[in-house]
Design a protein around this ligand. Sequence first.
Ligand code: C2O
Length: 358
Amino acid sequence: RHVLAPDISSCHLPLGFPRGERPYDCCAPAPGYEPRLFRPTPSVEVAEAVQNSTVRREKVRPATSSADASYAAKLARAYRLMKALPPDDPRSFMQQANIHCAYCNTVYNQANSSQVFQVHHSWLFFPFHRWYLYFHERILARLLGDEYFALPFWNYDHPDGASIPWFFSSRTSPFPELSDASREPAHDMPATVALDHNVDTESRSHIVQMRENANTMYRALLRDASAPERFFGWPYRHDDPPMEHYGCGTVELKPHNTVHDWVGNRSAVGLKDMGTFHLAAHDPLFYAHHAQIDRLWELWKAIPGHRDIDDDDYVNAEFLFYNEYGEMVRVKAGDASDLNLLGYRYEGVDTPWMHYVP
Ligand code: C2O
């Protein structure tokens, strides 16, 4: 039986471009070897710490609402270093951003199939983006020489995080490497993020929008997401054609897609950068947005009765990434399940919407 995996040698120009947009080549540099399977295993240090039950240092992703100036400066330095790498280095910011174009504008065919490989609108959405951030974070950490360095998560589900974080803001950030000129100017801070963004949300007051945000969170993680297939999205198996929005899980639709569109520039083709697949990851805020989405997966799983999909076609689906040493590896969707094995966790911050009764 075939496993759903991208065929790196099949790389072609992106498909599914917004009308009026000129396509560009986002194929990853092809390695001259067969990528080995990378499986997360507890590090020696962790194993020892467990044995001796000593306290170990942990990699903790901080909330943007609690990140201080020295953390922000360090994050900026990491991106400065990443942006300074030659553009053909797979760890460079350009290549990191192009990963999104490659998997989202379907530049690869599925291995042993004539169908293209698409990670959105299906149950691959969570595990793909978790692995994407995993390697992205390790590359940043290695550039900084601090293996405990962790990405921030934009906790827009909390009133304190409901605007573009100050260190990413084009208006207030002293760090140009964290801002992006292609965002909606009217949505820069102090505008309130609309987690249910649509044409009508533009005229809402802060108070009303905060209530709707709580409502959106409550629906995406609780009310509408008790069944795993509603939360994760539709099954996507070898030789399946990609789906459209109907395949999305609750969180992928809202707040994920809506926050992308809310950040992107309304006057630009395809709401770029954040609102369009091929350019979204050129905005550094993309990674903080996706760390938040990744955290929502953990929050959902912590609710009694919720567990990850164990279907073989999900567990064995594969992705390809360059690691922090510039080596291409294969990873499995099912191996993204356990954060202890992946070696990071999220700062515990309040989730007021959990107790929201609509
Ligand atoms: Cu690959 Cu935020 O989508």
